[in-house]
Design a protein around this ligand. Structure first.
Ligand code: PHB
Length: 396
C-alpha cells in the first residue's frame, strides 16, 4: 500500500537513527555536506591587486565553463582579500577559513611571504594548499600539503640566462625586487650565465614596497653593462620600463632582458611600444599559439572588459582544474590527504602548454618560453620564439 510522503520520511529517519545507534554509518547526509569549499586568499586591494583580480576572474571563468559541480559535489569558492602585503592578515584569514568556514582546500597566495604565513596552517589542518601565484622556489618545502600551479623564478630565469650567453651578451647587471623571488632570480641568473662564460658586474636590489627605481637605474647606467636582467613582481613592470626609458638606458645602448613578470600581459597596452624587442622568458604568454589558448584569451577578455589574461590568471585557472580533477579521482571525497594524493603526478594540457605536478616535489613542470615583445595587429604581445620543454624547478 502507498503511504503518504511524510510517513515514508518518518520511517526513514527512524531507520537512520536505529542504524546510527547501532554504531553504523549515518544514513542522512546534511545538505551542506554536498558542498566542497575552496578558500581563495588573494590581494584584491593594495599594490598587488592586479594579481587578485586576474586570479578571481580566471576562477570565475573556470566555473562558468566547467560548471560549479564535479563528482556530485558543488564547489563553492570563498574569496578573501588579504591586501597582498600583510602576512599576519593572510594567516588570520586562513585560520578563519579553516575553523569557521570549514574549507576543504586553501588556494591563491599572491606573494611569497603570504604563502609562507599560511603553510603551517595547511599542515596542521591537513588541507591541500594550492599556490596559484607565489613563485619562490622553496615554498613547496614549507608544507607537505602545498601544490603549486604557478611557476618558480629559478624555472623561468635559468633558460633566459643560457639564452643570453648564447646570444653573445658578455656583461650583465642583475636588477631584482629585494625579497624571496627576486633573490632566487638574481642567484639563478648569475649561476647559469657565469657557467656559460658571462660576467655579472653588479647586483642591484630594489625595495618591494613603493619602489623608486631612478637611483638604482642611474647606478646601472654608470656601470655600462651590455644588458640588465630584471625581475619585479607582477603589476610593477610598467613603472620599471617607464623609468628605464626616462633615464636613457636604452639610448645608452644597455639592453633590457627580464622574466615575463616585468612584461605582464595585462600591462602590455600601458607599456606600449617602448617594450619593442625586449626579450623575456616565462611559462605563459597570452600570445601562446594554440586553439585552447585563443579560446581562453577570447573568453577572458569578453568577461573582463577587454582586459588581457596574464600568467597569474593561468595559475588560478589551472589551480581550479587541479581541484576539479582531483575530486573526480576521489569520487567526490574531499578528505585533504586523499585530494592531495590525487593531485600528485597529475598531467594536463593547460592553455600555457603541457604541465605536470611533480609527484615528489608537488611543484609544476612546464615548458619555459623565450619571447620577444613585438607589435602584432596593432598591439604589443610577447611572441614566443624558443622554448625549453618540460622544465623542472632547478632550485637555486
Ligand atoms: C612572489 O611573491 O612569489 C611573486 C609575486 C609576483 C610575481 C612573482 C613572484 O610576479
Amino acid at each position: 500500500m502507498t503511504q503518504p510522503v511524510n510517513a515514508q520520511r518518518r520511517q526513514l529517519v527512524v531507520g537512520g537513527a536505529a542504524v546510527a545507534a547501532a554504531g553504523m554509518l549515518p544514513v542522512v547526509a546534511k545538505a551542506d555536506d554536498k558542498v566542497v569549499k575552496v578558500g581563495l586568499i588573494v590581494p584584491m586591494s593594495g599594490p598587488f591587486a592586479s594579481t587578485g583580480r586576474q586570479i578571481d576572474a580566471a576562477v570565475k571563468l573556470y566555473q562558468k565553463t566547467h560548471g560549479d559541480t564535479v563528482a556530485g559535489r558543488k564547489v563553492q569558492v570563498i574569496l578573501k582579500d588579504d591586501t597582498g602585503v600583510a602576512p599576519d592578515a593572510t594567516k588570520r584569514i586562513a585560520q578563519e577559513l579553516i575553523t569557521r568556514d570549514k574549507v576543504d582546500v586553501l588556494a591563491g597566495f599572491g606573494l611569497t611571504p603570504l604563502a609562507f604565513a599560511a603553510a603551517p596552517l595547511a599542515t596542521q589542518a591537513k588541507k591541500p594548499m594550492v599556490v596559484m601565484a607565489a613563485a619562490t622556489s622553496v615554498i613547496v618545502d614549507r608544507s607537505p600539503y602545498i601544490v603549486r600551479t604557478s611557476f618558480t623564478l629559478p624555472q623561468a630565469t635559468a633558460p633566459l640566462a643560457m639564452w643570453a650567453a648564447k646570444e653573445g651578451i658578455k656583461t650583465v647587471i642583475t636588477f631584482v625586487a629585494d625579497y624571496g623571488p627576486g633573490i632566487d632570480a638574481e642567484k639563478v641568473f648569475a649561476k647559469h650565465f657565469t657557467e656559460a662564460g658571462g660576467e655579472i658586474i653588479d647586483n642591484v636590489r630594489t625595495p618591494l614596497m613603493n619602489p623608486d627605481y631612478a637611483p638604482f637605474l642611474q647606478r646601472v647606467k654608470d656601470a655600462k653593462p651590455e644588458a640588465v636582467f630584471a625581475f619585479v613582481p607582477s603589476g610593477e613592470g610598467a613603472n620599471l620600463i617607464k623609468q628605464f626609458n626616462e633615464r636613457g638606458l636604452a639610448q645608452a645602448g644597455i639592453r633590457l632582458i627580464c622574466t615575463g613578470d616585468v612584461l605582464d600581459d595585462d600591462l602590455m597596452a600601458s607599456i606600449g611600444e617602448v617594450s619593442q624587442g625586449v626579450v623575456s622568458s616565462h611559462h605563459y604568454s597570452a600570445a601562446h599559439d594554440s586553439a585552447a589558448n585563443k579560446a581562453y584569451v577570447e573568453a577572458f577578455m569578453r568577461d573582463n572588459n577587454g582586459q588581457r589574461p596574464n600568467f597569474m590568471s593561468v595559475g588560478g585557472y589551472d589551480g581550479m582544474h587541479l581541484i576539479y580533477e582531483a575530486l573526480k579521482k576521489t569520487n567526490g571525497d574531499a578528505d585533504g590527504t586523499k585530494l592531495l594524493d590525487a593531485m600528485k603526478g597529475m598531467s594536463w594540457e593547460s592553455v600555457r602548454g603541457p604541465v605536470t605536478i611533480d609527484p615528489e616535489t608537488r611543484d609544476i613542470v612546464q615548458d619555459i618560453y623565450i619571447r620577444k615583445s613585438d607589435k602584432v595587429d596593432g598591439q604589443m604581445w610577447n611572441v614566443e620564439f624558443d622554448k625549453v620543454s618540460q622544465y623542472k624547478d632547478p632550485g637555486i
